[in-house]
Write a protein that binds this ligand. Structure first.
Ligand SMILES: [Zn+2]
Ligand SMILES: [Zn+2]
Length: 252
């Protein structure tokens, strides 16, 4: 069915349902709800089906600086973070990396399907709303242009777009640039990662005075968020708040 026909059908079903807003009927037609990990059709925009959601571990109580889960709520950074002088005012991770969420994130990164980001929005919106409450702008960690050309899209930006739009938070797509393509960092320790990322980002003066929500898909050591936050602060940003879909421990 072509787009015009799908839109017509959406309008008809909205009229039929009366109370259902047109926007939501349109969304259901353009992106029929399905599980972001296993593609099972869902009755509504739940993001993940019950079976997949059961494999995911949401993080609620965590270190405000590195998002590591903690047994008790605290406003002070965890032991590991106290020694580091983080450039982020705070960092929120919605989930531990793993289970079917890892599958959904891999699908988002390696397939061209934008609807997976739309599905993930449902499981992230509440945490994103909390994390972005005091921010003026939202920025996705950018890819270097060679990587962007190769992949065709930036997965962090795909995740961010619907979240920011829903909150009415302005998204700044060109305020932060990645100047260098950094080799895979998966086997490097945090200090090596930070050294590797020196000068990897540059920010424009439009960041001046702004409280910025910086989003990435996965946080491991936090080195990428740190390097990007440093560039934004150098450009005059007043605060950087991190938001990641999932965090994972570095295992070296
Ligand atoms: Zn599923
Ligand atoms: Zn910490």
């Amino acid at each position: 069915m072509n787009l015009a026909a799908r839109l017509r059908n959406a309008r008809r079903s909205a009229a039929r349902l009366g109370a259902v807003p047109l926007r939501s009927a349109l969304l259901r037609t353009l992106y029929p709800p399905h599980c972001a990990a296993c593609d099972q059709a869902l009755p509504t925009f739940l993001g993940l089906c019950v079976a997949c959601l059961e494999t995911c571990e949401a993080i609620h109580i965590a270190c405000p600086t590195c998002a590591r889960p903690l047994p008790r709520a605290t406003v002070s950074p965890c032991l590991g973070c106290s020694a580091l002088n983080s450039s982020l005012t705070r960092c929120t991770a919605a989930f531990e990396y793993g289970g079917q969420l890892a599958v959904a994130l891999r699908r988002l990164k390696f397939s061209k399907r934008n609807d997976i980001a739309k599905s993930l929005q449902s499981v992230l919106q509440a945490r994103f709303a909390e994390a972005s409450r005091s921010c003026d702008l939202a920025v996705a960690i950018p890819l270097h242009r060679s990587r962007l050309r190769e992949r065709g899209f930036n997965q962090a930006q795909r995740i961010l777009a619907p979240l920011a739009a829903y909150e009415g938070l302005a998204e700044a797509r060109t305020i932060l640039r990645r100047l260098r393509s950094t080799p895979s960092q998966t086997r490097l320790a945090r200090s090596q990662r930070i050294a590797n990322l020196q000068g990897a980002f540059a920010a424009s003066s439009r960041a001046k005075g702004k409280r910025i929500l910086l989003l990435d898909d996965i946080r491991t050591t936090g080195a990428t968020l740190e390097a990007a936050a440093q560039a934004l602060l150098r450009a005059g940003a007043s605060e950087i708040h991190g938001f990641v879909v999932a965090r994972t421990e570095w295992e070296g």
